[in-house]
Design a protein around this ligand. Structure first.
Ligand SMILES: Cc1cc2nc3c(=O)[nH]c(=O)nc-3n(C[C@H](O)[C@H](O)[C@H](O)COP(=O)(O)OP(=O)(O)OC[C@H]3O[C@@H](n4cnc5c(N)ncnc54)[C@H](O)[C@@H]3O)c2cc1C
Length: 474
């Protein structure tokens, strides 16, 4: 989908590009549902599928829909660390691993440096020289603190120079204790009073393999190290976007007849998809909400006849889509789409990632605007617009990311508090935890896009049964 068609204030169809033939198609309907997923790939590197993008939602924004809370991003703590500058995808290791794995870094920067340089391994670091920092900082929750807290804590340790991969951006997730614990339990069950250490390790390894074998195998294939022996190396990565199209209780956007479901909307998870199920939201939206609320909408359209795709609004939408495509094809510059996407992702990650501050966000916004100008002057899209052309697909997605990224910076700048998936360095407690400001920021930030200055519309959040309070995992 490349554009939304709005007729008399109601969503009545879309313009789509046939990915195989390049043909632009008009599709009409009495309402439109957008269920096109999240936009984590604005960061270039994420755990999302390579095809995930913001285009459908962003095109709706360009037709008047509001984008809500775009800066709230979930960073997942257990991903396989980036290994080089030319990587285009990050791999998630399941959250479940933190049930049994213990997260640590060396206490000593020299040990960390020696590991990074390949002179030592995790096995050379004695127990007393390891810092199980989540267990130390959050004794009540330990390694099971929510994703945002675990992610930020990993960043803090790596920023101190304690990272354990060559890039310096990795911490250990260690199953040695779990293997030992499970091994001893098995020995007890089997009545093996004098089980040797080797037997305990063997039995414990089997339990761990039964629980997580597929993940361990995947890790070994990607990282090239046996995680039963050497602790896994993990680092946080962008995983889920809590922001999205603003919708009401019926999942209808502010454009009548335009509904948004699943990760594409902003609802349910608010700022805080700390561990809640995204799939449940998708299922609830699709099975339980939309069939009723859309039915209700359509009931009022019973007298609306067929929507004819030759109407001027379809004409205009197809024409402007074609113009956007032609504009990209005609730049004929020198830089690949991928190179712009990678640069945008770095700006987003460095300045609007796990933690943000005013100065960085202001700078980031400007950098994105400059990058966007450069994109339209120097991008090179090979091939033709009237044929199968994945580079062109990428180009129009990156073009939309280049606007969304700016809005994310602005949203993060505006929100002068730390809350859920948004951590502002200026707003933290003396212990380095997120400092909320419920007096001033208990609202949904719904943005109306404008090239020069997007407009913020605040929807107040009213809590009747829940008391807002600082989270504590101590
Ligand atoms: C690696 C990974 C592991 C996860 N694990 C879990 C988990 O364990 N539990 C959990 O609850 N959640 C998990 N999530 C999150 C969850 O999977 C997603 O939030 C969920 O799949 C979103 O569903 P959706 O239907 O809204 O969007 P998606 O599943 O992303 O589907 C969107 C669809 O729209 C298509 N599309 C996109 N743009 C366009 C366009 N312009 N035109 C036409 N089509 C378009 C896409 O190709 C895609 O098919 C995980 C996510 C990832 C990446």
């Amino acid at each position: 989908m490349l554009d939304l068609v709005v007729i008399d204030g109601k969503a009545r169809g879309i313009i789509a590009r046939n990915l195989l033939t390049g043909e632009l198609e008009r599709h009409s309907a009495h309402c439109v549902i957008i269920a096109t997923g999240g936009y984590g790939n604005v960061f270039y590197l994420s755990t999302n599928a390579m095809g995930s993008n913001v285009t459908a939602a962003w095109r709706a924004v360009k037709r008047g829909a509001l984008m809500a809370n775009p800066c709230f991003t979930q960073i997942h703590p257990t991903c396989i660390p980036q290994s080089g500058d030319y990587q285009s995808k990050l791999t998630l290791m399941s959250e479940s691993l933190r049930n049994d794995g213990r997260v640590w870094v060396p206490k000593n920067v020299n040990d960390a440096k020696a590991i990074r340089e390949g002179k030592k391994t995790a096995l050379d670091i004695k127990e007393e020289d390891r810092d199980y920092y989540l267990e130390r900082r959050y004794p009540a929750f330990g390694n099971l603190v929510p994703r945002d807290v675990a992610s930020r804590a990993a960043k803090i340790e790596c920023d101190k120079g304690l990272g354990v991969s060559p890039t310096g951006l990795a911490v250990y997730l260690d199953f040695t204790s779990a293997i030992e614990r499970y091994g001893k339990a098995e020995a007890n069950v089997k009545g093996m009073i004098n089980a040797t250490n080797a037997q305990i390790v063997e039995m414990g390894t089997k339990v761990v393999a039964d629980k997580y074998g597929n993940l361990f195998e995947m890790y070994e294939k990607i990282a090239g190290e046996n995680p039963y022996i050497y602790p896994m190396k993990i680092y946080p990565a962008v995983h889920y976007t809590m922001g999205g199209l603003w919708v009401d209780y019926n999942l209808e956007t502010n454009v009548r007849g335009l509904f948004a479901l699943g990760e594409a909307n902003f609802s349910d998870h608010g700022a805080n998809r700390l561990g809640a199920s995204a799939l449940m939201q998708g299922l609830a939206d699709g099975y339980f909400v939309a069939p009723y609320t859309i039915g209700q909408f359509l009931a009022n359209e019973i007298r609306t006849g067929e929507i004819n795709t030759s109407m001027p609004e379809f004409e205009e939408a197809e024409k402007s889509t074609r113009q956007r495509i032609d504009a990209l094809m005609n730049v004929k510059g020198n830089q690949s789409v991928e190179s712009f996407h990678r640069r945008l992702g770095k700006i987003m990650w460095d300045l609007c990632g796990m933690s943000r501050n005013k100065e960085g966000l202001l700078e980031g916004r400007q950098m994105i605007r400059t990058l966007r100008d450069e994109f339209y002057k120097d991008v090179y899209v090979p091939g033709s617009s009237t044929d199968f052309n994945p580079e062109l697909e990428k180009a129009y997605r990156v073009a939309d990311f280049l606007e969304l990224g700016e809005l994310m910076m602005l949203d993060a700048l505006e929100r002068e508090e730390s809350c859920g998936g948004h951590f502002r360095e200026e707003f933290q407690t003396p212990e380095g935890e997120a400092q909320r400001n419920d007096d001033d920021f208990t609202f949904v930030a719904a943005w109306e896009w404008d090239d020069t200055q997007p407009k913020l519309i605040k929807e107040d959040l009213v809590f009747e049964n829940v008391k807002l309070i600082q989270r504590s995992y101590k």
